[in-house]
Design a protein around this ligand. Sequence first.
Ligand code: SF4
Ligand code: SF4
Length: 351
Amino acid sequence: MKTQSLHKRESELANANRQLEILSNGIFQNGELPTFAEKIKETQQFPLRPKKLEILQINVGYMCNQVCEHCHVDAGPDRKEIMTRETMEQCLEVIRNTGAHTLDLTGGAPEMNPDFRWFVEEASKAGIKDFIVRSNLTIIRANKKYYDLPEFFKKHNVHVVSSMPHWTRGKTDKQRGDGVFDASIKALQELNAVGYGMPDSDLRLDLVYNPSGAFLPGDQASMEKDFKKALMEDFGIQFHNLFAITNLPISRFLDYLIASDNYEDYMYSLVEAFNPSAVANVMCTNTISVSWDGWLYDCDFNQMLGLQVASKVKHISEYNEEILNNRNIIISQHCYGCTAGAGSSCQGTVA
Ligand code: SF4
Ligand code: SF4
């Protein structure tokens, strides 16, 4: 398992333009496979347009204590991009006035931003209905200064959404690094201990599953059952829902696909599994994504590909929901990952 980000390794895939080139050339250029735009034109769904804004997703930095094999952010301890308090202030102004009902903080490991707690305290005062923090779990056990995170989350009624690739040690550690499984189990037990994930608890704890290789996720409902059974039997752990997410062919997962000679087969399987009814509900139709430096994107994936919104409003400092809502969404072949099978978003399946 690699322990450095693509950026640190100076991989050509650290360059978003290079990724976009790969996604536009080869099988999509020579007509073997239709581009995503051609595909959604067939069902009169082009151009892709936003519906009502529901989710404001803020990426507070790319630093992470892990270097997972398939990370679409290319996060890791060597990434230094971190949202400043000044940009957080601009975000808070938007959070207080947005029509969105969900605030979704992500990273990297968002908890590693030195102003994370201040930001959560301030943002929780805005009265947003659903306040999500995407926690990788191991951060809770990474260092003493994070040990009280379960209590902190509880105090601010944060909805915790955590990645957990499998209920076995082997599969989890292979994808996310040695020791990740044991630390995640301990963190889940600690979240349970303060009330997270209990059947009647308002303290929401959801898990996110993504496949460990070049294949699509199985059925979300049956996987949730399997996860619940195994985690309860083996460790007494409870959680609310499992979201099954498809790996999008960008960043470290694209690197993995190319290195393992699976890129073309994977794109074929995404295109074959294209589900036109998933298109209407892809994440970008109800979400705005904000980067650590305040730029606006249709989704976290477009953020990583450097594809800023096609709107005259491009930065959080000039945010205007009405103008933003009147834009076309920028698409490329990675979007096939959101429309395969039952569809995929940060909240799991969409169709
Ligand atoms: S924990 Fe999440 S952000 Fe961190 S490296 Fe893994 S996938 Fe990326
Ligand atoms: S990758 Fe982003 S822009 Fe493309 S369909 Fe998915 S959410 Fe929309």
